[in-house]
Design a protein around this ligand. Structure first.
Ligand code: MG
Ligand code: ZN
Ligand code: ZN
Length: 970
């Protein structure tokens, strides 16, 4: 078993030992197309061409993984991956002796703290950072006394030593400071006074003033203090990589420990490269284009650049080129090595192809979504999956998904041929790959896989026998997995039964939109065809949509009627309209009901009629008893499967906890609930089509007298706000507890204006008819709210940014249209107009400010949820619920002793309300179904013994059982 993994740096000597060959030439292939010796494609680095033999291990391409080579760099360069650590080391160690600039006591203390942090599992980086901070403070080395310069890091790989040195014009600066300044009433300083103030001999002062003597540090400080003048300038000394390497070589091992570096594995000088490992050719294979030309990998291109510059550097140095040219070439070498490692360093222009495309180098292969980790290791492309746009289809069952025929022909299922299905199997093959339902491949018992083509399908079909396998197309009734990202809860992936359909989109019943959080504005979804019986069986038993009606998040149903379904049932049941026989049959045409119940009555023309509630009741089980309050606010009573009174709306049949759906699922099972949801959705659609349902701008208009009332309400609110402002300005406003006067004023204004909008809403509300479609939608919970209506017809109301009235903009005001410090409503974003009436330019501007906040929030939320999905997947990927009820990771370590800590499925738990599940009802139903006669039932149940051990908390349940029980106090 693996005990642990240590990461460390690699020694340049190890690079050389590992290397199969030194690479010295930038050329790759000779004229005959053979790899050049000691070139970038040297056959000792591995082979990619079939037929060639690896000169290191002797294997052929495919079995040889390749071998590293190396380049001897003409001069050391910095590895970009370590720039921060290099800076930290430079800042905390002595430039002269290399020791950490902490005295022994401090060093030991930090080492102990480091060890302790590691033991306790605290963040040891905090200790490291503190040690570096402390060491950086030292102005001189505690060991050799050398003054320490500050280190400036210019990204990515340049370091400077910064020191304050005596400036060249020190004498002029001193002279200027000694001059009398009449304006400031400064008599100036004489040389004698300066000498007295600084304790420097007068002769020396004179020499310094003449520029003949450079004062030493102590003298300089004294003069600076006496004259209040700065005599220094910054001196920047660039540290070449070779300087840094020499410096790091001096750092003793025991000091490294305090800096968090294990000297056994890593020496800091190894962060400065002197040898560059050359990755094997198998890492950077060249591609042969159609015209026979080779196209090399980006890494090879980069290595070519490195070798070329390396050679030029060596040549120039040997020829004794000037320092400036050498430094330029050095920087160029550094650039190429840097971009070889990472070509996306900020501040450095990326290395590009001639076409302008940036090269994809080492980091780019690993990082990000398409990188090795996220793209190739944690997740991969998967076979038998399809992705396309989704669109709605109310004729499908919620368990079904419409699959385009072209997808069905690509996603296959393996059919194991037996004596019993051999004819069926042959027919699939006979149809060929183009016709649906056909087959794409067959597998013979000997394992050979044959492609079915238009040409060979007839012939092949005759050969198919038992024991063959046929990869047939998806057909109606196959089970597939369907998914929409971000997959944030269990219901984001559910199993559906296939219905093959024409055209190019996946089709879903609209009732499954809430669990997937899907709409049809261009959303795409993924489908996976399952490839073995076990997977198909699991999907059918555990994952089917009907199995997911109850959400494990809140225990209520997440699948149910939405939007127009709700409006439809509302119209059908609210005022209980009457329908003729034709109409009634039409409403129920998409349900199992094929016979109308007894008519509710006879109309004036003598024709029988049925009410909406009666028709709705046809969809309910005959023994359902239920009562609750609807969204519209009336009491809903269902007795014996008949809707006696009340409105069926969001609270009855909606997704997110509709009473009827919830009860049906919990008490009658998922299948019954699925049937009900399908039927209520189609009944509702027929109903809404029967009545007709549309909305237009006129539906939001209110009569002129109502508009006047709204104006009055807002006007009086303005007056009240004005009063508040006046009280405030007079200093008479009393602040609310825990708040300042300003805050209090703001709160009171907000309250007043909030009330103004509410009353505008109430006035508007009074003037809307009950049959107003917007009102129907809001009351039934189908879509929108009365607030939306208020904003359309009455007043939009206060706009807010970060929960406050709008306060930003210009100095002391929001817009230049207002006077400074205007506290009035209109100057701080109260929109008095309605959307229908139209906004003034200022109102429009404030509204845009408020709206922007929401927009930004949404954008931030979506990007966060994507990241959340990734983190969830990573965190949970290896956890598994075992058959013993524990949750364990892949190595068998127990994460939870019982699933969810209590072993309870939230789906099976009542959603908190009392009597969430009618247990007795269920028992009665089950027992009734089980026994033919009352006698048998009694024999089974037996005589009930009165309970003897009564708790004082015994509830009414015990009373029912015949015991005395205790009444509760309230
Ligand atoms: Mg969408
Ligand atoms: Zn090899
Ligand atoms: Zn030192």
């Amino acid at each position: 078993m693996l005990g642990g993994i240590d990461f460390g740096l690699m020694d340049p000597e190890t690079y050389r030992d590992m290397s199969a060959t030194k690479v010295i030439t930038a050329d790759t292939y000779d004229d005959d197309g053979y790899p050049i010796d000691m070139g970038l494609m040297d056959p000792r680095l591995g082979v990619i061409d079939p037929g060639l033999e690896c000169r290191t291990c002797g294997s052929h391409s495919g079995s040889c993984n390749g071998h590293f080579g190396h380049i001897e760099l003409a001069a050391p360069v910095i590895h970009v991956g370590f720039t921060k650590l290099i800076r930290r080391l430079l800042r905390s160690t002595c430039r002269e002796c290399g020791r950490l600039a902490l005295d022994d006591a401090q060093r030991d203390e930090f080492r102990d703290r480091y060890e302790r942090a590691k033991e306790l599992g605290d963040d040891e980086h905090d200790v490291l950072k503190a040690a570096v901070r402390q060491a950086r403070k030292a102005s001189t080395c505690p060991f050799c006394g050398e003054p320490q310069a500050d280190i400036k890091h210019e990204k990515p790989t340049t370091y400077y030593e910064v020191q304050d040195v005596l400036s060249g014009d020190y004498s002029e600066r001193i002279a200027a400071a000694m001059q009398p300044d009449e304006e400031e009433d400064d008599p100036g300083t004489s040389p004698q006074e300066l000498a007295d103030a600084t304790d420097i001999a007068l002769d020396r002062i004179n020499e310094i003033m003449a520029g003949e003597f450079r004062p030493r540090k102590e003298d300089r400080r004294a003069i600076e203090k006496a004259l209040d003048v700065d005599l220094t300038e910054e001196d920047m000394n660039k540290l070449m990589p070779s300087d840094i390497r020499d410096w790091f070589e001096d750092i003793p091992d025991e000091d490294l420990e305090v800096l968090g570096i294990d000297a056994e594995h890593s020496r800091p000088e190894w962060m400065i490269l002197t040898v560059l490992p050359v990755p094997p050719v198998t890492t950077r294979p060249s591609i042969t284009l159609d015209n026979g030309q080779r196209s090399e990998d980006d890494l090879t291109h980069k290595l070519v650049d490195i070798i070329r510059i390396n050679q030029r550097f060596m040549e120039n140095r040997e020829a004794g080129a000037p320092q400036l040219i050498i430094e330029d070439l050095w920087e160029l070498l550094q650039y190429h090595v840097t971009t070889f490692v990472d070509n996306e360093i900020s501040g450095t222009p990326p290395a590009r192809h001639r076409s302008g495309r940036p090269l994809k180098t080492l980091s780019q292969r690993l990082k990000g979504k398409e990188g090795r980790f996220r793209g190739s290791l944690s997740g991969k492309r998967v076979n038998f999956s399809a992705r396309t746009v989704i669109s709605p289809d109310p004729t499908l069952s919620l368990n079904e998904v419409g699959v385009p025929d072209r997808v069905a022909k690509e996603m296959t299922q393996t059919l194991n041929v037996t004596e019993r299905n051999v004819e069926e199997a042959r027919q699939y093959v006979r149809n060929g790959p183009e016709a649906h339902p056909g087959a794409n491949y067959v597998r013979r018992p000997d394992g050979r896989r044959l492609k079915v083509t238009e040409k060979n399908c007839e012939e092949l079909a005759e050969k198919v026998e038992a024991d063959w396998e046929v990869n047939r197309h998806l057909v109606d009734g196959d089970i597939v997995i369907f998914n929409r990202q971000p997959s944030l809860h269990r219901m984001s992936i559910m199993a559906h039964e296939v219905v093959v359909m024409p055209y190019k989109t996946f089709r879903l019943n609209t009732v499954v939109c809430p669990p997937y959080n899907a709409d049809f504005d261009g959303d795409e979804m993924n489908m996976h065809a399952l490839q073995n019986e076990e997977a198909r069986a699991e999907a059918r038993v555990l994952m089917r949509v009907q199995e997911q009606i109850l959400s494990p998040r809140f225990g209520g149903n997440i699948i149910g009627a939405i939007q127009d379904h709700i409006s439809g049932t509302y119209l059908l049941t609210h005022s209980n309209p009457e329908f003729t026989e034709t109409q009634a049959l039409d409403l129920l045409r998409a349900t199992r009901v094929d016979e109308l119940p007894e008519a509710d009555g006879v109309d004036d023309d003598g024709r029988e009629f049925w009410t909406g509630r009666t028709l709705f009741s046809e969809l309910l089980p005959d023994d359902l008893d239920l009562s609750f309050t609807s969204s519209a606010g009336d009491e809903v009573v269902i007795e014996g499967g008949q809707l006696i009174e009340g409105t069926i709306d969001e609270d009855a049949v909606g997704a997110f906890g509709g009473e009827v759906v919830d009860t049906l699922t919990k008490e009658y099972g998922e299948t019954r609930a699925r049937v009900f949801i399908n039927e209520i959705a189609s009944l509702a659609m027929r109903a809404i089509m029967n009545f007709g349902f549309s909305i237009g701008i006129d539906d939001e208009s209110i009569p002129p007298e109502a508009e006047e009332q709204v104006d009055d309400a807002i006007e009086s609110a303005y007056d009240r706000v004005q009063e508040l402002i006046e009280t405030y300005e007079a200093g008479e406003l009393e602040s609310l507890p825990g708040r300042g006067v300003d805050e209090t004023l703001e709160m009171k204004i907000m309250q007043t204006l909030g009330k103004a909008r509410d009353s505008a809403g109430e006035i508007a509300d009074q003037h809307f008819g009950d049959d107003n479609p917007a009102v129907v939608m809001a009351r039934s919970g189908a879509r929108g709210s009365m607030l939306n209506l208020t904003q359309m017809a009455g007043s939009v109301g206060q706009q807010a940014v970060r929960g406050e009235r709008i306060n930003r903009g210009y100095e002391d005001r929001t817009l230049s249209h207002y006077r400074p410090n205007d506290l009035s409503s209109e100057a701080h974003g109260f929109v008095e107009n309605s959307y229908r009436g139209g906004l003034t330019p200022q109102e429009f501007f404030f509204h845009a400010m408020g709206g922007r906040e929401g927009l930004v929030d949404t954008a931030v939320r979506t990007s966060k949820s994507g990241y959340l999905q990734r983190r969830l997947i990573n965190a949970l990927s290896e956890l598994e619920a075992q058959y013993d009820g524990t949750v364990r990771d892949t190595s068998g370590r127990i994460v939870q002793f019982e699933f969810g800590e209590d072993g309870t499925s939230p789906v099976k738990v009542s959603s908190g309300e009392e009597d969430g599940i009618d247990v007795e009802g269920i028992v009665d139903r089950v027992v009734d179904a089980e026994f033919a006669s009352d006698e048998e039932k009694e024999r089974f149940l037996g005589e009930r013994e009165p309970p003897t051990n009564l708790s004082e908390h015994a509830g009414p349940g015990l009373n029912k059982a015949g015991g005395p029980g205790v009444e509760s106090d309230d």
